[in-house]
Design a protein around this ligand. Structure first.
Ligand code: NAP
Length: 279
């Protein structure tokens, strides 16, 4: 099992110690500012659990809720205020945003040093170029850390990522490439998906399609990361069909695999953003 919950706990405990030491040294407590536009219940739930994780390690949080009819300009004004606020270490604008809001303007308005989601093109560019010093997106860095800490060999592995979004698939592929995997990215126009997945030593499923990856599409012994959070009656499922666990060598539970790691990376990014801004 690639136990994301247990590893996330360890990471959060480590950050709690570091935050405690900073505060004991008289430095300000890091603070995460969250912004939700509209009343999407899933967004509210995600933000609540992110704030809870932050609180547990001693990071303050500040909650901003705006109505659905908020304009792009109004949202940019709030982000500008948070950018200038010395007490704010990190800014998280929960997606999805209402359709009338210009997402690109919002993403580039967040000061890259406070961009704890790692979505700003400056931070995404550093990841693309394999350069240090930026903020890495939470889900991809959580996936790679889970593989590394479990002892899955990335260097030289054939890694196949199913999904090419800017927040999950593409940056995950880039982080695996940086660690010297040979990476293939699959998407809806990929021909013969199974032909690719069957060669994967590391298979990352991030398509958001229940049962997309069946047992016969997985190489025996492969490390399989099931990223997707598909809402179904009675809870959440990923992209893996039943039986994949018979052939995989390593597997993330879902839920309890990538989700907790994503949240732990957000907390870590917030702590590190504070340290970088005010050493
Ligand atoms: P997204 O923007 O919808 O992207 C999905 C990607 O999968 C697209 O690139 C799409 O290809 C590809 N795809 C869809 N169906 C496919 C198929 N049948 N065969 C091959 N490729 C296919 O989603 P996302 O934001 O990347 O998120 C992916 C999943 O991860 C979602 O279920 C989301 O809820 C979950 N997620 C989980 C976490 C977590 O913490 N656990 C965090 C973020 C996201 P095209 O580009 O060709 O359309």
């Amino acid at each position: 099992m690639l136990d994301g919950k247990a590893l996330a706990r360890q990471i959060l405990d480590d950050i709690a110690t570091k935050v405690g030491a900073r505060v004991a040294a008289g430095k300000p407590r890091p603070k995460l500012a969250t912004v939700i536009v509209g009343d999407n219940p899933a967004s509210a739930l995600y933000v609540r659990s992110k704030q809870k994780d932050a609180r547990q390690v001693g990071i303050d949080s500040e909650d901003h809720r705006l109505p659905t009819e908020t304009t792009t300009e109004q949202l940019l004004e709030l982000i500008g205020t948070l950018d200038r606020d010395e007490s704010v270490s990190g800014i998280l604008v929960q997606q999805p945003l209402p359709i009338h809001i210009d997402l690109f303007q919002v993403v580039i308005a967040v000061d890259p040093i406070k961009d704890v989601d790692g979505f700003h093109p400056f931070n995404a560019g550093l990841v693309a170029q394999g350069l240090p010093g930026g903020i890495q997106p939470c889900t991809p860095s959580g996936i790679v850390e889970l593989l590394e800490r479990a002892g899955v060999r990335i260097e030289g592995a054939n890694a196949v990522v199913v999904g090419r979004s800017n927040i999950v698939g593409k940056p995950t592929a880039l982080l695996l490439l940086k660690r010297n995997a040979t990476v293939t990215i699959c998407h809806t126009k990929t021909k013969n998906l199974a032909g690719h997945t069957k060669r994967a030593d590391i298979l990352v499923a991030a398509a958001g399609k229940p049962n997309l990856i069946t047992k016969d599409m997985v190489k025996p012994g492969a490390a399989v990361v099931d990223v997707s959070a598909n809402r179904v009656e009675g809870g959440q499922v990923g992209d893996l069909a039943p039986g994949v666990d018979d052939v995989a060598g390593w597997l993330t539970p879902n839920p309890g695999g990538v989700g907790p790691m994503t949240r732990a990376m957000l907390v870590r990014n917030t702590y590190e953003a504070e340290v970088r801004r005010r050493p």
